[in-house]
Write a protein that binds this ligand. Structure first.
Ligand code: ATP
Length: 257
């Protein structure tokens, strides 16, 4: 059974069909890239899979269960975590507290437990602290744990977002433009990080990215969208030689030397 199977997924915004008959099958442990020009529908696919918006039609089967209709927090609890194109950190909170905040929600402290600071709360608090520090080690931000998240360089904020997503203990990790705003050195270390966390946490990864270096280097398989539709899919080599893909990116009649 595939980990994820998306079938005939459609999303209309008024008269605009943003996603049209999208399909995707992902086996456990795969890294798949979702690419396409601006406005192709990629983020909408992420928003549909994570339950932020409901599909017009279609199904999203995760570990044999249809996610359609479930609220985002239930989908996250089933093992689907994501990062956002526009970084969504608590900028004034410390790096450490940004990760702890996710763990608190996940632990589901009762109000009274938190208010009374009972022994169960204290124990969970200790565990959350250790876990948060462990995740910051993984993304190489341990030395910045007390700094406000908003003071980190852009690339580090993206790594912190990944740590927050990992705190949810996902099986499927969706990364929306993880390399946006990074310099080539940061991109190279991001590639290493994604490979490392994939193995360490036994993840399956679906990523949207415009940095072709990262996509070609990291993804075993690539799906290309344009105007809401899949126009190509295959290995990095197959996709980069596909005339439809070149046309979508460079315009009709483009000549590539
Ligand atoms: N909430 C919304 N309401 C109306 N139209 C929307 C909404 N969200 C997305 N769209 C439209 O759907 C289409 C697909 O947008 P989407 O953000 O999914 O593209 P994308 O491939 O992620 O683009 P980019 O690479 O620029 O992020 C676009 O035409 C966009 O304007």
């Amino acid at each position: 059974m595939p980990l994820l199977e998306v079938k005939d997924l459609c999303k209309d915004f008024g008269g605009l069909r943003a996603v049209s008959n999208f399909h995707l099958k992902m086996e456990k442990g795969e890294i798949v890239g979702l690419i396409g020009p601006n406005g192709a529908g990629k983020t909408t696919v992420f928003n549909l899979i994570t339950g932020l918006i409901p599909p017009t039609s279609g199904s999203i089967i995760f570990q044999g269960e249809n996610l359609v209709g479930l609220p985002p927090y239930k989908i996250a609890a089933k093992g689907v975590a994501r990062t956002f194109q526009n970084i969504r950190l608590f900028k004034n909170m410390s790096v450490l507290d940004n990760v702890r905040a996710v763990l608190h929600v996940q632990n589901g402290y009762g109000l009274w437990q938190a208010a009374l600071h009972g022994p169960r709360y204290a124990h969970k608090e200790e565990q959350a602290l250790a876990r948060a520090r462990e995740l910051l080690e993984v993304v190489n931000l341990a030395s910045r744990e007390q700094d406000p998240a908003g003071s980190l360089p852009y690339g580090d904020q993206r790594r912190l977002e990944i740590a927050r997503a990992l705190a949810l203990e996902p099986k499927l990790l969706l990364l929306d433009e993880p390399a946006a705003g990074m310099n080539p050195r940061e991109v190279a270390s991001l590639i290493e990080l994604i490979r490392f966390i994939k193995d360490k946490f036994q993840l399956t990864v679906l990523l949207i990215e415009h940095q072709m270096g990262l996509v070609m280097n990291l993804c075993e398989r690539i799906v290309v969208m344009d105007f809401g539709e899949i126009i190509a899919e295959g290995t990095p080599r197959e996709v980069s030689n596909n005339p439809l893909v070149l046309e979508a990116y460079l315009g009709k009649g483009a000549v590539v030397n």
